[in-house]
Ligand binder design. Structure first.
Ligand code: AMP
Ligand code: MG
Length: 340
């Protein structure tokens, strides 16, 4: 059931907090994506999240807190972690730190825990009203695109799940995750808080080796090739200069049509004109990658709803949050990237 936070904000936050305190699971908004939350200190409640999502038990959850002191009760903060929390919280940055005593179900048995203070009034109100830290992965079934609207959550989990509705998420991509337990902190997942922003604060930050070779400064061992954040349609990313990209996409699209497939083009506002009457949805302006970040998952979900079989995505510049957008779409495409 969807509980609106436009009407009855306090009452609905209280209902959701009661559910959390009782060991239940609630979907709630954050600035990144919707989360599937439960009391992080209650092992049985956390187990319900894994069961609902179909999430492998070895993939740890992020713990959401409403203040820095609350985070410091959950995890051991080093100096650099304090600096990053002061600078970027509340906000889309998850710090991986030594765990202080949260159950192994949350951390997947690791001795570290990912913590974050979300930049979203509804999420902060829920955490405060519950009186406990809230463990939450993205509120989608494992493998499918993360939800950025309450309807996405309901589509994956049905009517029974309690969903707090604060409309569309403002960022639209999951948080940056950074492992602070290494000498040089390592970014495990890129997001709206970029490596440049982190380096400005604490000097050094590396990217994990599990990013694709393209995402590394120096090529690493062959990237892990798995499909994630993925719609049912086959995704192809096309990268190059505007004109060549449009030519390549038109060629691939027209070939699909001849085969009887149903292709869709995800294009920038600037490039739309090249595609004539072909099916196109806009990812925003190439100059404003946060527009693509905000609409990406919704567009992938809509493409499935509309029965598209193939998606051609125009690569966007890897600047700012554009780096994270390209990371997610490359995974959705299982690194099926055409360079022209
Ligand atoms: P999600 O909640 O779906 O956004 O996924 C949470 C992400 O944070 C996953 O990629 C996890 O692997 C990562 N994560 C959470 N806790 C840790 C941790 N202790 N160490 C490393 N990665 C973590
Ligand atoms: Mg997820």
């Amino acid at each position: 059931m969807i509980l609106s936070l436009i009407d009855e904000y306090k009452e609905n936050i209280e209902k959701a907090a009661e559910m959390i305190r009782a060991g239940g699971v609630v979907a709630f908004p954050t600035e990144t994506v919707y989360g599937l939350g439960a009391n992080a200190t209650d092992e049985a409640a956390v187990a319900r999240i894994f069961a609902l999502k179909g999430r492998p038990g070895d993939n740890p959850l992020i713990v959401h807190v409403d203040s820095i002191p609350e985070a410091q009760r959950a995890a051991v903060f080093c100096d650099k972690a304090n600096i990053l929390a002061e600078r970027f919280w509340p906000g889309p940055l998850t710090l991986v730190l030594k765990n202080r005593g949260l159950p192994g179900a949350v951390t997947a048995g690791l001795d570290t825990v990912g913590v974050r203070m979300p930049d979203c009034d509804a999420a902060l109100s829920l955490i405060s009203a519950s009186g406990v830290p809230i463990a939450a992965p993205s509120a989608n079934k494992s493998g499918s695109p993360s939800p950025t609207k309450p309807e996405h959550v309901q589509k994956d989990f049905g009517e029974d799940l309690m969903i707090l509705d604060a409309g569309e998420c403002s960022v639209g991509l999951e948080s940056t995750v950074i492992d602070m337990t290494r000498d040089i902190p390592v970014i495990l997942r890129p997001g709206a808080v970029t490596r440049e922003m982190i380096r400005e604060c604490i000097g050094e930050a590396a990217y994990t080796e599990s990013f694709s070779p393209d995402e590394q400064e120096t090529p690493m061992s062959p990237g892990m090739k798995y499909r994630h954040y993925a719609p049912r349609a086959a995704v192809t990313v096309v990268e190059g200069n505007n004109i060549s990209v449009a030519e390549a996409i038109k060629y691939l699209y027209d070939k699909d049509i001849k085969k009887g497939d149903k292709p869709l083009i995800m294009a920038s506002r600037e490039n739309k004109i090249h595609y004539g009457k072909r099916d196109v949805v806009l990812t925003g302006s190439v100059y404003h990658p946060y527009e693509a970040a905000k609409c990406l998952y919704g567009l992938l979900r809509d493409a499935d709803e509309d029965g598209y079989t193939n998606i051609y995505f125009e690569a966007i510049p890897k600047t700012g949050i554009g780096f994270a957008v390209m990371n997610r779409i490359s995974k959705a495409a299982a690194y099926n990237i055409v360079k022209v």
